[in-house]
Structure formats: structure tokens, C-alpha cells
Design a protein around this ligand. Structure first.
Ligand SMILES: Cc1cc2nc3c(=O)[nH]c(=O)nc-3n(C[C@H](O)[C@H](O)[C@H](O)COP(=O)(O)OP(=O)(O)OC[C@H]3O[C@@H](n4cnc5c(N)ncnc54)[C@H](O)[C@@H]3O)c2cc1C
Length: 416
């Protein structure tokens, strides 16, 4: 009898698990279920589509034929409503039941709505799916003024859409800078200048108290908590994700702002794995629980889960230094590892458009942000992977050209 693998979600985590499973076990039955109407596409590139810079075609990664050729049963437009771990079954909104030997949950998240008046008005956009990008593009093309909310990595994509579409935009931020969890005032200022140059005005210590709407219920502006009003017939909101786990209610799977898994992507329930953005995984580099919201990390988690589902529950562990780049400006930007956590930090500014910040936890380098010059990234990632105690080497680490051998000569390798 062949083993039956069911994967919920055809994002990069689910699709990469399906591919790994098929390669490792040509006889297995593999089913991928997604509630989207299209097979895997490049979620990173939908921002270029929304900007009007890319047509639809290059964004698709897999056509349905890709699944047919590999004898993978792809179910589109199918929402999983609940799972029964004891019976090893899942149910869909169409009333179908799928039995599994091994189950992967790779359902990612859905953008959170602002808990304010009129936050669901027409013209207020959230950004996660290709369908969202189509709506954003269509509406952006005919808008003159816009409002952006959410001072993080997705919010800045919405700002870039405004810039590319010629929308005069106000970017409302709650604190005194963009991505305050990972950037200091010096680093953020480089981003603020770039936003201004692109026609997007950052507004600090602001936010949204409520949106205003016209007679047709279409957004017409936002009023911030200070009472200041901003006009805009287009608004983009990116204040974080709610993980898609409602269908797990009562299934006994441990959750803690996501699904808790070990380094093998196993949940606490036998034969059920999870991968991608929605996991709280055991990070073997930090030796602590962590979360990543990045394409490369989700892909690797899917592949690790797939391998362990086929071969042995603990055949491969997830060990990964994540990275996330922004390509909207005329200088490069990269965040790596876990830049928004840590108990110690170091930073340096090298010019008006070049800056670095490093984050440390328990003496280890765990992440950072590079603006302007990314050339040192592989050295930093190597130090992270090697779990070296380098927090007392800040001066050497912030040299323009880091001498890795010198850093290493001053530190002991981690204990086995
Ligand atoms: C605009 C944008 C730009 C980004 N830019 C970058 C970038 O530059 N670099 C980077 O590293 N990352 C970027 N990301 C993040 C990256 O795309 C995600 O980290 C990654 O796609 C997560 O993959 P996933 O497979 O875990 O989840 P998802 O891609 O969210 O896939 C989950 C899938 O499961 C489906 N699903 C959910 N619930 C159910 C259910 N009950 N039944 C059936 N199906 C269900 C969902 O519809 C979805 O298709 C960006 C994301 C967006 C939206």
C-alpha cells in the first residue's frame, strides 16, 4: 500500500513539500489542497505586478500541468474546514473527506484588518494574494492620493506601489520611524529620505483612528489619533498576519501565535507536520523557539517537512539563516536572521545611504540589517551558523570589510 500524504496550502512551503515527497517516494499518493484559485505563484513578485511593472505570466511558478506530470492531485478553490487527527481525516467546505497517513499544514496567514471604523470600506487594500495584487493595481492606476498604514516590510511594498503608480501618498506610522523593531533613527532616516524622493511622505506618531468614506461607501481618507485628517481614495494596510489555523480548533495541535513544531517540523500530534510562515519552530541556531516570515525559509521548511514525512520523522532538521531584501530604491536593503530580537546590538553609519545594524542574543550574532552595501552578508551569516560568541567583537564586526579570520581568532567555536 502506498503512503497517503495530504498537504493543506499550495504556497511555497506546501508546494516544496509536495515536490520533495514526490522525489523521495515515487509511489506515494500526494494531494495538495488550496483555497486559492491558482496554483503556486511567486508571492514576492506580486508587488511588481501591482506596481504595473510586470505582466501576470512570469509570476506563476507552477501551472496545473506541473502537478499532473508528477501525479500530484491538486485541488484548487477548496477550503479545509476541520481535521480529525484520530481518524486521520480532513474535511473541506465541499463536504469531501480526505484520509491521510501524513498531513502537512502549510496554510500561512491572512492580513489583519485595522480594528477601526470603516476599515473594510471599498478602496482599502490588504496585500497577500495575487487577487489582492490585481485589485491593488486596478484601483491604484486610477487614484491620485493614497494612505499607507503599517511600518514594516509589507507596508513599504504598498508605499512602493504608490510611488510606481504616481499616487501622492501619506505613510502613517505609529512611532517615530519605519520598522522601529529593527532599525535605529539613523538607519530609518535613509529609508524615509528614499520614500520622500519617491513621492511618499512619512507621517510619524500617527496611525489611524478611523477611515472616512464617501456616499458610496468608498474610502475618502483617514483621521489619525491626533485628529489630523488625510485625504485618499486608495489605502493600503499591512499591520501583520493572522495565521490560518481556525480549522484546527479542537484538533489538539499546540499553538502559540502560530503552530508549534520542533526542528523536524513535527507538531505535537502524531503524523501531523507544519511548515512555512505559520510555524513557531525550534531554531537550532538560537536554541530557542523562533518564527520567520520569508520565502526562502518557508521553502526550506516545506522541503524538510516533506523529507521527514517520507523517510523518517527525524531524517532532516531545519537549520536556516533567513534573508529578506527590498529592491524598491536605488540602494540595496537586506535584513537577515532575526534582526528584530536580541539583548544587545551594534550599528554604524558609513555614508548617507550606507548603514548596518547587528543584533546579538546570549553573546551570539543572530541577525541584522544592511543598507547600501550587502557585500558582508555571507560573513555575518557564516558567524550566525557557527553560533560563535562574537558580541564582544563589535568593532571588528562593523569594519567596512570584516576580517572573518580575525573575528574568529578572538572567539571560541561553539561547544559541540
Ligand atoms: C507582497 C508580498 C511581498 C513579499 N516579499 C517578500 C520578499 O521580498 N522576501 C521574502 O523572503 N518574503 C517575502 N514575502 C513573504 C513570503 O511571500 C512568505 O513568507 C511566503 O510566501 C510564505 O509561504 P507559505 O507557504 O508559508 O504561506 P502562503 O504563501 O501564505 O501560502 C499558504 C496557502 O494556504 C492557503 N490556505 C490557507 N488556509 C487554507 C485552508 N483552510 N484550506 C486550504 N488552503 C488554505 C492560502 O490561501 C495560501 O495559498 C512577501 C509577501 C507578500 C504578500
Amino acid at each position: 500500500m502506498s503512503t497517503s500524504h495530504v498537504i493543506i496550502g499550495d504556497g511555497i512551503a506546501g508546494a516544496s513539500a509536495a515536490e520533495t515527497i514526490r522525489e523521495a517516494d515515487p509511489d506515494a499518493s500526494v494531494t495538495v489542497i488550496t483555497d486559492e484559485g491558482e496554483a503556486l505563484y511567486n508571492r514576492i513578485l506580486i508587488k511588481e505586478f501591482a506596481k504595473g511593472k510586470l505582466p501576470e505570466a512570469p509570476i506563476s511558478i507552477h501551472e496545473p500541468e506541473w502537478y499532473d506530470e508528477r501525479d500530484i492531485d491538486l485541488q484548487l478553490n477548496t477550503h479545509v474546514t476541520d481535521i480529525e487527527p484520530v481518524a486521520h481525516e480532513i474535511h473541506t467546505h465541499k463536504g469531501e473527506t480526505y484520509e491521510y497517513d501524513k498531513l502537512l499544514i502549510a496554510t500561512g496567514g491572512t492580513p489583519a484588518q485595522l480594528p477601526v471604523e470603516n476599515s473594510d470600506a471599498d478602496g482599502i487594500h490588504h496585500f497577500w494574494t495575487f487577487e489582492d495584487a490585481r485589485g491593488i493595481r486596478e484601483h491604484a492606476e486610477e487614484s491620485d492620493q493614497g494612505i499607507i498604514v503599517g511600518a514594516g516590510l509589507l507596508g513599504i511594498d504598498l508605499a512602493a506601489v504608490c510611488a510606481a503608480q504616481g499616487i501622492d501618498a501619506k505613510y502613517l506610522m505609529r512611532g517615530d520611524r519605519w520598522w522601529r523593531y529593527a532599525l535605529s533613527a539613523d538607519g530609518a532616516e535613509i529609508i524615509h529620505d528614499a520614500l520622500r524622493e519617491n513621492g511618499v511622505e512619512p507621517v510619524f506618531d500617527s496611525g489611524v483612528d478611523h477611515f472616512t468614506v464617501d456616499d458610496d461607501g468608498h474610502v475618502s481618507g483617514a483621521v489619525d489619533p491626533n485628529g489630523e485628517a488625510f485625504d485618499g481614495e486608495w489605502a493600503g494596510v499591512a499591520i501583520g498576519l493572522n495565521f490560518n489555523t481556525e480549522f484546527l480548533d479542537g484538533a489538539g495541535i499546540e499553538e502559540d501565535d502560530g503552530i508549534v513544531v520542533d526542528e523536524y517540523m513535527q507538531t505535537n500530534v502524531e503524523d501531523i507536520y507544519a511548515a512555512g510562515d505559520l510555524t513557531q519552530f525550534y531554531d537550532t541556531i538560537l536554541n530557542a523557539r523562533a518564527q520567520n516570515g520569508a520565502w526562502g525559509s518557508a521553502k526550506e521548511q516545506g522541503s524538510v517537512a516533506g523529507k521527514n514525512m517520507v523517510e523518517d520523522a527525524e531524517a532532516k532538521e531545519f537549520r536556516w539563516v533567513s534573508s529578506y531584501s527590498i529592491t524598491h530604491f536605488d540602494f540595496p536593503f537586506l535584513s537577515f536572521g532575526h534582526p528584530a530580537r536580541g539583548d544587545d546590538e551594534a550599528e554604524a553609519k558609513y555614508s548617507d545611504s550606507e548603514w548596518r545594524r547587528l543584533a546579538f542574543e546570549n553573546g551570539q550574532l543572530i541577525g541584522g540589517v544592511l543598507i547600501g552595501d550587502l557585500s558582508q552578508q555571507s560573513k555575518y551569516k557564516k558567524l550566525i551558523r557557527e553560533e560563535r560568541q562574537v558580541a564582544d567583537q563589535k568593532e571588528l564586526l562593523l569594519e567596512k570589510d570584516v576580517d572573518l579570520e580575525e573575528v574568529k581568532a578572538n572567539t571560541a567555536p561553539p561547544a559541540e
